[in-house]
Design a protein around this ligand. Structure first.
Ligand SMILES: [Zn+2]
Length: 115
């Protein structure tokens, strides 16, 4: 893919495009002082209409015992986007859990996932 700049998120096997530019955002996991802990989730960007935030759709499968098969379910998660991380709607991205940054935001965008 020609993307040499990438990091491997510890032992999860998820490769993420690293930001190409620096930023002065205090809530940036790369250049700021925001601590990342908890879950790392992979999802798709649903909306970028909020300022410095995005809506991510996360799909998972749940077993349906009546029809003895799995069904697709999805959740939406609101996530903060640091100013150095560039994503578009529809991108497959990785997000990480952090402390609550707003009423509905406790995740930070790490970047586009390299498949
Ligand atoms: Zn940054």
């Amino acid at each position: 893919m020609g993307e040499a700049r990438s990091i491997m998120i510890s032992s999860l096997g998820i490769k993420v495009v690293q930001p190409s530019s620096s930023c002065s955002d205090p809530y940036c996991p790369y250049h700021g002082h925001l601590k990342v802990r908890g879950k790392v989730i992979v999802g798709r960007v649903d909306s970028l209409k909020m300022k410095k935030a995005a809506v991510i759709e996360v799909e998972y499968s749940a077993y349906n015992s009546k029809f003895t098969r799995f069904e697709r379910r999805s959740n939406t998660i609101h996530v903060r986007v640091p100013s150095c991380v560039a994503v578009n709607v529809g991108d497959l991205v990785a997000i990480a859990e952090c402390r609550p940054l707003g009423k509905n935001i406790s995740h930070i965008m790490l970047g586009r996932v390299i498949v």
